[in-house]
Design a protein around this ligand. Structure first.
Ligand code: PRT
Ligand code: ZN
Length: 287
């Protein structure tokens, strides 16, 4: 019997394309470049890769044209399809915000009452407005939302923001954060047992890659009389590895540090007498 394959839908081109292909690559899955193709196959994992517009992916995953997909949470919530989020992927993070013309005296959402708001996200915006008891007119437009206030098409916009420079360049100020959006892996709700197993295998790899990115491998030299203090500063996966150095009275200490605690702990290690500190990226982390 032919082996079952998992079908993943990723963005054909755009902000999520490279991140999606890179993630698969980091998981040890080679995807032949398929920019002009609808579909390609991984050479070393039972995976078929489909290239779609991101907005179409929720429907295709719900309809089981693809089993899983990579999209922004903004698209997941806007589409309202019966699919499930399985994992946040940690790239192309952004937020969906409301912005008004610079200089407007905006105090709270009641400012938006009776106003026209241009957006490509009518579903999410409608929910926000009703939660905030605002009665505004929603103008759905599909691109270049940020120019709408400037050309008199709207009084406000609700759009994706990442650095904020698009708003700035269009004379707008961000006034409400409607949602934070991460890029996520989604799945069809009725995966066969075989496909779920393949997904679990892929997820295990994705989680190992994510953990590795959040952690660094650290090597340092410690005078033996400071060893206990230095080891006490290192969380490590279990406990640090300690090896004697050729020079009497010194040891080499190896451990793993979380990115978030990194600078704090390095300072403390130096203060405690650690020397020759080396910090190296970790490729995969299996725990
Ligand atoms: O052709 P297709 O439909 O597949 O692509 P698309 O044009 O709809 O999507 P694309 O590639 O622009 O974005 C895909 C996903 O990336 C979005 O659904 C978000 O989840 C995520 N993402 C992350 C962003 C941004 N950052 C982003 N900055 N999507 C859009 N933008 C746009 C935003 O619309 C605005 O025009 O960038 C501008 C704002 O950026 P700053 O940096 O100036 O604030
Ligand atoms: Zn799109």
């Amino acid at each position: 019997m032919e082996q079952e394959k998992l079908r993943i839908a990723i963005q054909k081109s755009g902000r999520l394309h490279d991140g999606s292909v890179n993630l698969l690559k980091e998981c040890g899955i080679d995807v032949v470049n398929g920019v002009n193709k609808l579909k390609t196959e991984a050479s070393n994992f039972p995976l078929e890769v489909y290239f779609f517009r991101d907005d179409d992916i929720p429907q295709y995953v719900e309809d089981a044209v693809a089993d899983i997909g990579i999209i922004g949470e903004n698209v997941v919530f806007e589409s309202n399809k019966k699919i499930s989020i399985v994992e946040a992927l940690g790239f192309a993070t952004c937020r969906l915000s409301i912005a008004v013309r610079k200089g407007e005296d905006y105090k709270d959402a009641s400012f938006l009452n009776g106003k026209r708001i241009a957006t490509s996200y009518p579903v999410i915006l409608k929910k926000f407005l009703s939660e905030n008891k605002v009665n505004a007119e929603i103008h759905e437009i599909s691109g270049s939302v940020e120019i709408a206030p400037g050309i008199g098409l709207a009084d406000a916009i609700c759009d994706i923001v990442s650095s904020g420079s698009t708003l700035f360049m269009n004379g707008l100020q961000e006034v409400e954060k409607v949602m934070q959006s991460r890029t996520v892996l989604v799945k069809n709700n009725q995966l066969s047992e075989g496909k779920q197993k393949l997904l679990d295998k892929l997820l295990f790899r994705i989680q190992s890659v994510k953990k590795a990115k959040n952690n660094k491998y650290i090597l340092l030299n410690a005078p033996n009389n400071k060893l206990n203090e230095i080891i006490g500063l290192l969380p490590g996966m279990k406990s640090p590895t300690v090896l004697p150095l050729a020079e009497e009275g010194w040891s080499s200490v190896h451990s793993v540090l979380n990115e978030n605690d990194f600078w704090d702990i390095i300072e403390q290690l130096k203060a405690a007498g650690a020397q020759g500190i080396l910090v190296v990226p970790i490729e995969k982390m299996i725990i």
